[in-house]
Design a binder for this molecule. Structure first.
Ligand SMILES: [Ca+2]
Ligand SMILES: [Ca+2]
Length: 302
């Protein structure tokens, strides 16, 4: 008589319908998301074909750069006059949502922007004809980074007045999208970092990550920077602590002098005895440490 219990009855009824749901799941398209690829030709303004190595492009969806995809002639993104990307590689794509791509010919300075809605069809052809550009900002030079003892990754670059930077990251093992880290919401009205450094505190301290910068000047997005790979594991040494006893003092200067000139033992971590960060250990490191300890000089930067 349990089937008179309305709750159990309902449960049994749903159970009996499960095979039908399963069949419907198989015959109805499983996702409203676009499964499509986007492709087409790229030509210069004079209709000539850019050579491999000359085209770089990136794209983003939904009017945010929270997630970007980029390519160049080195990968499969552009080859001999044809460009290609897959909408399904994005995490958030849905037909009808806006997408944007920016194309750059780094050889002749021409560019193009493509702004449309994600189509329902599987393959969308968009042929790109570059136009003479009003000029895009160059990516900053000397983009470098390193893991710090406080479990962050410090990124640095040479800043240029008037140019701001949006920063993006992905795991080094990934070949997929990059995600914006200076503003994870991907607010395109936020021009990004005006400084010449950014501290990434969202690393796992185990993995390697790759980073890049897109420069912005007067609202114009430029070609992306070099892509750098940083190991997020914090350093195991204390910069300047050549004697490896956990503190930095005059004995570390003595330790370096002993090592350099008196046959003393080598530092456990050579980096710790390179407080000026020059990559070599010499008398200048001793001077640097003494300046830091007694004369208000800059901190060790191994
Ligand atoms: Ca020490
Ligand atoms: Ca040095």
């Amino acid at each position: 008589m349990t089937s008179n219990n309305p709750i159990i009855f309902k449960k049994n009824r749903i159970k009996s319908l499960l095979p039908i749901f399963a069949v419907l799941f198989l015959i109805i398209p499983q996702s409203a998301y676009s499964q499509g690829s986007i492709f087409g030709t790229v030509t210069n303004s004079d209709l000539s074909t850019p050579q491999n190595g000359q085209i770089m492009f990136y794209g983003y969806l939904d009017d945010t750069d929270e997630e970007i995809r980029l390519d160049n002639s080195i990968g499969a993104g552009y080859d001999a006059g044809n460009w290609f990307d897959d909408f399904q590689n994005y995490l958030t794509e849905a037909p009808g949502n806006p997408y944007d791509y920016h194309f750059f010919n780094i050889a002749n300075g021409e560019s193009a922007a493509l702004s449309k809605l994600i189509p329902n069809n599987s393959f969308q052809q968009e042929d790109i004809q570059l136009v003479e550009s009003v000029g895009w900002p160059s990516p900053p030079q000397e983009f470098t980074g390193a893991a710090l003892a406080d479990s962050t990754v410090r990124l640095g670059w040479q800043r240029t007045d008037g140019i701001t930077c949006r920063l993006y990251r992905r795991p080094a093992l990934s070949s997929g999208s990059f995600f914006r880290i200076d503003d994870p919401s991907g607010d395109l009205s936020n021009p990004g970092v005006t400084d010449s450094i950014f501290i990434d505190s969202m690393v796992d301290n185990i993995s390697e990550y790759t980073y890049l910068i897109i420069p912005i000047e007067n609202g114009i997005m430029g070609v992306y920077s070099d892509i750098i790979t940083i190991d997020s594991r914090p350093p195991t040494y204390l910069c300047g602590d050549a004697s490896n006893n956990g503190i930095i003092n005059i004995l570390d200067a003595t330790y370096i002098i002993n090592y350099l000139y008196k046959g003393g033992p080598a530092p456990d971590s050579p980096e710790s005895a390179d407080p000026d960060g020059s990559g070599t250990i010499n008398i200048l490191d001793v001077v640097y440490l003494i300046n830091f300890l007694y004369k208000g000089g800059p901190e060790p930067i191994c």
